[in-house]
Design a protein around this ligand. Structure first.
Ligand SMILES: Nc1nc2c(ncn2[C@@H]2O[C@H](COP(=O)(O)OP(=O)(O)OP(=O)(O)O)[C@@H](O)[C@H]2O)c(=O)[nH]1
Ligand SMILES: [Mg+2]
Length: 188
């Protein structure tokens, strides 16, 4: 038997994108964070407080890689934990070490695996969370992020954050809370 995790928001992305760093920055969850792939082996939940009275639950799952649907890496089994969320946050490293993890390609890889897992989940509301902006020189940040958005043809919402320094994370959580409030009647 498996207890269904009831998270409002789910994180997904390649290994090392910074998913666990983000949940650590905004909640009391303290999953392991490290600079190698598949640091996270099991889902983690964190309660994110926004203001004094509001909160939502965030789920961090292991990273996905190309071929995950065929079992590569840890596979896509953990996507099931995102099945009852209201919103997905697609976390992307804007300045990855490896060229194969370049942001546009990283997004497409995850989308491909999502589609293979479930068309329904692939069509969930999903926001682009461009992470590690602290790595980019301040004067290049806006242009680099815009370049990624343009190359993807992304028309949804985009946030620029540094999970490591916390920059932009409060604003992200505020908008998530607002979104969940606006869409609350769907699940109630
Ligand atoms: N400079 C910088 N480094 C970051 C940031 N966010 C995460 N990192 C680093 O990136 C590495 C990976 O972070 P994790 O949070 O473990 O990444 P993950 O997405 O949870 O990775 P998996 O669990 O393997 O899927 C760690 O060395 C983090 O310290 C950021 O905003 N800026
Ligand atoms: Mg992790």
């Amino acid at each position: 038997m498996e207890l269904k995790l009831l998270a409002d928001v789910g994180l997904l992305g390649l290994p090392n994108a910074g998913k666990s760093t983000l949940i650590s920055a905004v909640s009391s969850a303290r999953p392991k964070v490290a600079d190698y792939p598949f640091t996270t082996l099991y889902p983690n939940l964190g309660v994110v407080s926004v203001g004094v009275t509001q909160s939502f639950v965030m789920a961090d799952i292991p990273g996905l890689i190309e071929g995950a649907a065929e079992g590569a890496g840890l596979g896509i089994q953990f996507l099931r934990h995102l099945a009852r969320t209201s919103l997905l946050l697609h976390v992307v490293d804007v300045a990855p070490m490896a060229e194969e993890n370049e942001p546009v390609r990283a997004v497409r890889t995850i989308e491909g695996e999502l589609e293979q897992y479930s068309e329904e989940l692939a069509n969930y509301p999903r926001w682009l969370v461009l992470n590690k902006i602290d790595v980019l020189p301040a004067e290049e940040r806006a242009a680099r992020c815009q370049e990624i958005v343009d190359a993807l043809g992304w028309t949804g919402r985009v946030f620029q954050i540094s999970a490591a320094t916390g920059a932009g994370t409060q604003d992200l959580c505020f908008h998530i809370m607002q979104y969940l409030d606006e869409h609350a009647d769907k699940s109630n």
